[in-house]
Design a protein around this ligand. Sequence first.
Ligand code: SF4
Length: 324
Amino acid sequence: MLDIKRLTEKSAKGLPPTREEALGVLALPDGRLDELLEGAFALRQAHKGMKVGVQLLSSARSGGCTQDCAYCAQAKDSTADIETYRAADYRRLDATRARIDALKLARHCIGLSGLRFTDEEIEEFAAKVARLRASSPTPICCSIGFLTEAQARRLKEAGVGRINHNLNTGRRHYPKICTTHGYDERLANLAMLRRVGFELCCGGIVGMGEGDEDVADLFEDIAAVAPEAVPVNFLIPLAGTKLAEAETARLTPAYCLKVLCLARFTAPRADVRCAAGREVYLAGHEREMFMAVDSVFASGYLTAGGQGVEDTLRLIREAGFEPE
Ligand code: SF4
């Protein structure tokens, strides 16, 4: 039987769950969920107090990707109806920055579709980041494909502090989700970003037909990456993507909460973020969710809608937590 007290104590000492413990968390009888949440909450409170960081997402390049990630509306074979542009106008990014500052939110996350970028494209984006940073100290993260080391250094110099690069799913399940680039390339990119000095944001997506073994694999590798932020997405099957008809019945609130607790036990000091799917699978369970999670997006994801900022802030307060 899973020893939750021992798991919590080990995690507090920086020891991530063993594979057996991770599987035990995911298969825990729902009757023990409160006990699991209490363990996650003890870690969350020790490192994050009652704060919840709220981030807004903007897009600096949308659609037209050469890759085939099955969940993604911007993938090469996707027929999803999305806006497509090669480079967002600076004013668009600055409008999100101004909104973040006005609402005193935590972070500006900027997503760019695509796997590789020319040096000219990186230079153009770096100039926009430098302008944003000159007008505000709001931390900037970006979610971007594979960079060369020189490109990564240029973005660091421009003021990007953290880079999101997800592992997405467990190694064995990965070929069912993407065939155009590999899992090891993702790990190598993360290692390079760390060498350059970035904070890392690294998580995945649950609900893509994987089993508990794959989720355990994913978190084992996330523990080895030791990221500063762990975004956990629950699949929203989008029309036009390969996973449009994905079966998501296993994403019950109890299962999603177990996954989020596993994220907290894996990375007790990190920003554990419930990203896409929060509004779909955890509506009405915000108090329990925030026992494990200290970070959320508001106002939508790159190609899927979300909850408005004011509603998100209200929910955080009603759940007894404080927006950061
Ligand atoms: S997740 Fe990124 S790399 Fe994969 S298809 Fe979407 S935009 Fe392209």
